[in-house]
Design a protein around this ligand. Structure first.
Ligand SMILES: Nc1ncnc2c1ncn2[C@@H]1O[C@H](COP(=O)(O)OP(=O)(O)O)[C@@H](O)[C@H]1O
Ligand SMILES: [Mg+2]
Length: 245
């Protein structure tokens, strides 16, 4: 098998808090192969966003290793991570995080230019993406006049401008009505069909059902990685793989 696009081993992340430290990740292992569409589910506070941020290089682990697109990203400095994200990671958030003052087109063009494209080239890619995502006639409009589903599709277009190795989404349908949620899910499925690797956090079983594999987290751990292979701890504390059933 080729290198997985994501390989996380023994990831730990603890946040300082007033009463007691919060152990958001307590030793997470996760592999995502190239081309997979994976949903991450679990109760609120179980560490889903922390895991996604760690994979995105937006947050760092205290212990353990994180490999994305064949590179170790743990222990890197901010500059390295910023460059890494521009080339390898597209991120979609629950509340879109679009630039309100500029057109839909420029919301895509600007990160393209930051990613090293010439303005003309970025514009042509942005127009292609707007067409692909059904927003071709919205290029000059500002995000405020778009529906929630359209805004999220625009945020997805922005995430795709630099042809990321990995598309990450944290509750991408969480702020949308059911039609908007379906639009976004439908789009992810099309992107997956075209080979895009996607990791999507959601707490909606309906949304997760659109993915090809579901990873379940609880209390800072992966409880079930959705591959049908159970990790059994051996006496030395290492992991032994066994097939379920
Ligand atoms: N920056 C932070 N500072 C302090 N605590 C945090 C921070 N980020 C997350 N946490 C805590 O870590 C735990 C896991 O959070 P999170 O990964 O956001 O969970 P989820 O996305 O599954 O709801 C929660 O208890 C949360 O309050
Ligand atoms: Mg979250």
């Amino acid at each position: 098998m080729s290198e997985p696009t994501v390989r996380v081993r023994g990831a730990r992340r603890t946040f300082a808090a007033e009463l007691a430290p919060v152990r958001a990740l307590r030793g997470v292992d996760l592999d995502v192969a190239a081309g997979e569409f994976v949903a991450v589910m679990g109760p609120s506070g179980c560490g889903k966003s922390t895991l996604l941020n760690v994979i995105a290089g937006l947050d760092s682990v205290d212990d353990g290793t994180v490999e994305v697109a064949g590179e170790r990203i743990d222990g890197r400095d901010e500059d390295w991570l910023a460059r890494f994200r521009r080339h390898h990671v597209g991120i979609v958030f629950q509340f879109f995080n679009l630039l309100d003052g500029v057109s839909a087109l420029d919301n895509i063009v600007l990160p393209g230019v930051l990613g090293g494209m010439r303005r003309k080239q970025a514009e042509s890619r942005a127009r292609d993406l707007l067409d692909l995502l059904g927003l071709g006639d919205r290029a000059q409009q500002v995000p405020a006049v778009l529906s929630g589903g359209q805004r999220q599709r625009l945020a997805i277009a922005r995430a795709l401008v630099n042809e990321p190795t990995l598309l990450l989404a944290d509750e991408p349908t969480g702020a949308l009505d059911s039609d908007g949620g379906l639009e976004v899910l439908e789009l992810f499925r099309r992107l997956h069909d075209d080979g895009q690797t996607i990791v999507m956090v959601t707490h909606s079983p309906d949304v997760a059902a659109g993915a090809l594999r579901t990873v379940r987290m609880r209390d800072g751990l992966v409880e079930d990685d959705g591959t049908g292979v159970v990790a059994l701890s051996d006496s030395a504390g290492g992991a032994v793989a066994a097939t379920a059933g």
